[in-house]
Design a protein around this ligand. Structure first.
Ligand code: PAP
Length: 335
């Protein structure tokens, strides 16, 4: 649930980009629209409620992105653990390059180390920025799996996706808190009830939430070498096992020597909520120039089951019921 820190310059897109921009401009008025949770309008694009920037980003990726076999895409529906997974993947991939006591994650927010795909594809009005990132490129996205071009998702391309999902009740609560921070002060705060209703109807950034999760889950079943599917609750419970799983999936398993040096333990500790939320950069730095969001807003509680402090038993039951219906016959559950 983000835009880039400094809104990428798109004033002088190159010719190829201009064509995509034009296609996007022509498409938007034809799409169903609704008011988002804050001031951003959402459009229903291929079944998902996405803001203009995300749709244009998706179209640019579709038309212009040149994948590499080494690309790693950290994918999430907003508020499922994006910040955490970015930190984990970054530290797994770069573990030989940095000392844990003087690690980039102690000086930068994970968003600055694993950039947002839908944003940086805009940057410089061409693919030059994204083409210039050295391999392996680590990119983060909220886009649904179905919106990626087949040259990225078919089995012949070796780029990989690591996805994390989370109990929808906790996702909703986390999103509601965050949206209230983003909402302009002139507007009344979002009521929990009204927002809950929208979430249940699937109207939320990159929603419907369940369709987003199921898209990646099905892909992970069909192509386990391409998509690794994690659950926030599992990573909380078994962080060491999950970090080993991610490393294996990415083709960089921990060696016996690294195990002896307790590298896995150090990664888990560095990326833990306690450690990350206490880094000065994550306590103090403002995130965006024009939005009232700070790095600290990405570290609220980091707990499993905080929904119990916000949702009535009836609301929880309703959400569980919707989840049960949506997941029926899919073989997937959130437990
Ligand atoms: P985004 O999709 O907008 O980038 P994302 O990072 O997915 O946000 O979500 C933030 C949630 O992850 C917050 O959950 P909460 O509101 O329920 O507290 C945040 O606290 C949690 N979070 C951030 N970092 C970590 C971490 N290192 N470990 C566990 N949870 C974390």
């Amino acid at each position: 649930m983000e835009t880039s820190k400094t809104f990428p310059s798109v004033e002088t897109p190159d010719e190829a980009y201009q064509k995509t921009f034009k296609n996007c401009d022509e498409l938007l008025p034809t799409l169903p629209q609704t008011k988002g949770w804050w001031s951003v309008q959402l459009f229903q694009y291929h079944g998902f409620w996405i803001h203009i920037f995300g749709i244009r980003g998706s179209m640019l990726i579709h038309d212009h992105f040149k994948p590499r076999s080494t690309d790693i895409v950290v994918a999430t529906s907003p508020k499922c653990g994006t910040t955490w997974l970015r930190a984990l993947v970054f530290s797994i991939i770069n573990r030989a390059s940095f000392d844990f006591s003087d690690h980039p994650l102690r000086k930068a927010n994970p968003q600055d180390l694993v950039p947002f795909f839908e944003s940086i594809i805009h940057k410089d009005g061409s693919t030059s920025f994204v083409d210039g990132i050295p391999s392996p490129r680590l990119l983060s996205t909220h886009l649904p799996y179905s919106l990626f071009p087949t040259r990225m998702t078919d089995d012949t391309s070796a780029c990989r996706f690591v996805y994390i999902c989370r109990d929808p009740k906790d996702v909703f609560v986390s999103k509601w808190h965050f949206a209230n921070k983003l909402r302009p002060k002139e507007l009344p705060p979002l009521s929990l009830e009204e927002t809950f209703d929208l979430f249940c109807k699937g109207v939320s950034h990159y929603g419907p939430f369940w369709d987003h999760v199921l898209g990646y889950w099905k892909a992970s079943v069909e192509s386990p070498k391409k998509v690794l599917f994690l659950k926030y609750e599992e990573v909380k419970k078994e962080p060491l096992g999950c970090v080993r799983k991610v490393a294996e999936f990415l083709g960089v398993p921990f060696t016996p020597e690294e195990e002896n040096k307790e590298i896995v333990e150090q990664i888990v500790k560095l990326c833990s909520f306690e450690s990350m939320s206490n880094q000065v950069v994550n306590k103090l730095d403002k995130r965006y120039q024009q939005r009232p969001i700070s790095n600290s807003d990405f570290f609220r509680k980091g707990e499993v089951g905080d929904w119990v402090n916000h949702l009535s038993p009836q609301m929880a039951e309703k959400l569980d019921q919707i989840t049960e219906e949506k997941l029926q016959d899919t073989g997937f559950n959130f437990h």
